[in-house]
Design a protein around this ligand. Structure first.
Ligand code: PLP
Length: 433
């Protein structure tokens, strides 16, 4: 291994690597990085913070997701939703891959601009914006932004009349994990009046946007939204606007991506002629599977069941719902603990490493480090050997809506190390590794 800018890469590891081998190589690299870090901690004498929770981020996985996007949705240009995980290396890689960026605030826009990204590669996709942020983007030349109500149009007319506006419409988000249409999106009853007002105010409406809800599971939500968007394109044309772009938002996930992409792609080709550009705002899709988190067991409580005589344990780890597991609360996730086997090369392939089902093994509940009883990661999981204070567990698929919504409650840090690995040579080349 060599360490380069905190990037841990195994040299010459990729000699006969093909894309479909990438995921297996990733497991090996991530496992090695987890073990190496943990084995370097002297748990008997380390300083406070040395045994803190940490991430391993595989930039190769982000790269693979991008290639998968291009294969399945060649017509749609992704604008990565920075809010999902503003990790600087992820942004750097996506910038090199040529994506755009969906930003929700001044800080996110500033972070992207500071990387030298052209303002035209940013969409300020927040229908209800802070006045001073609108003045900021006007100064920076970030023109593309969304709106969904009349007050916002008047705000933009006053502060940034040259902005390029996307009218965000309501969707059926009932199949999604995080519903957004409760808060944002103009209904089709309102769009005609909004377009009339935009015309009257002399504003520049250039497209329509929607979001089917984050963690969407019904591909038909995309079909309906594309159909509705086409109606609004026609309304806009009747008001004298020449819309050029449709923004299909986020909501994609790794599991169901091909199904969604097929339905969306077919709908786009049916309802939108080729001269209309299509963009999207995927967040979760790009990063969820790219990050693994490791947590240290800091305390344990033994529970004897007086009836069955069975012994179970409550284990307390150094991260929880107020930290990177905020995704349990806000993003309705159910992260699954696996045991990190150190000093043993095969833990990933060992069935012993995963939870065991039914009545086998020893039952554990897993709790976060804060004072609050809500701070529980797992109600019940079984492993077939005994976990002790000082042992480590890890959780995969922890890249989306985790670190970004962590708090410092109880004085625990929200700034945890990321060890980067890169399981794809293409990504390494782009990052100059
Ligand atoms: N765009 C907007 C406007 C959003 O609000 C969100 C998430 O809340 C996203 C994009 C990213 O969504 P996802 O992570 O589901 O792709």
């Amino acid at each position: 291994y060599f360490e380069n800018n905190n990037l841990l890469v195994k040299k010459n590891f990729f000699l006969d690597n093909h894309h479909h081998h990438g995921a297996n190589i990733a497991k090996q690299l991530i496992g090695d990085a987890l073990r190496q870090r943990v084995e370097n901690i002297d748990h008997e004498s380390c300083d406070p913070g040395d045994e803190d929770t940490f991430f391993v981020g595989d930039l190769g996985e982000v790269y693979r997701q991008h290639m998968r996007w291009k294969r399945n949705l060649p017509r749609v240009k992704p604008f990565y939703a920075v809010k999902c995980n503003p990790d600087p290396k992820v942004l750097q890689l996506l910038a090199a891959l040529g994506t755009g960026f969906d930003c929700a605030s001044k800080t996110e826009i500033e972070q992207v601009l500071s990387m030298g990204i052209d303002p035209s590669r940013i969409i300020y996709a927040q229908p209800c914006k802070t006045n001073s942020y609108v003045r900021y983007v006007a100064n920076q030349g970030v023109k593309q932004m969304t709106f969904d109500n009349a007050d916002e149009l008047r705000k933009i007319a006053k502060l940034y009349p040259d902005a390029e506006l996307f009218l965000r419409i309501l969707t059926d988000d009932s199949s999604s994990l995080c519903r957004l249409s409760l808060k944002f999106g103009a209904s089709l009853d309102a769009t005609d009046d909004l377009l009339a007002l935009a015309k009257e105010l002399g504003l520049n409406v250039v497209g329509v946007s929607f979001h089917v809800g984050s963690g969407a599971s019904d591909p038909l939500a995309f079909l309906k939204a594309v159909q509705d968007a086409q109606v609004v394109f026609k309304q806009a044309s009747a008001h004298g606007f020449d819309l050029r772009t449709l923004d299909v938002g986020g909501g994609f996930s790794g599991d169901s991506f091909e199904d969604m992409a097929r339905v969306l792609g077919e709908a786009l080709d049916e309802y939108f002629p080729p001269h209309i550009s299509i963009i999207a705002e995927p967040g979760r899709y790009y990063v969820s599977s790219a990050f693994t988190i490791a947590c240290n067991i800091i305390a344990r409580r033994t529970i004897e069941n007086p009836v069955t005589g069975e012994t179970s344990y409550m284990v307390y780890v150094n991260d929880g719902l107020y930290g990177n597991f905020s995704s349990i609360m806000f993003d309705h996730q159910h992260p699954i603990a696996k045991v990190l086997r150190t000093n043993e090369r095969t833990f990933y392939n060992s069935p012993l490493a995963d939870g065991v089902s039914a009545d086998a093994g020893i039952e554990y509940s897993i709790w976060g480090p804060t004072c609050d009883g809500i701070d529980r990661i797992t109600e019940s999981i079984r492993f077939d050997h005994e976990l002790n204070v000082g042992d480590w567990v890890y959780f995969e698929d922890m890249g989306a809506y985790t670190k970004c919504s962590a708090t410092k409650f109880n004085g625990f840090s929200d700034a945890h190390d990321v060890i980067y690995v890169c399981s794809e040579p293409g990504a390494r080349a782009l990052l100059g590794l």
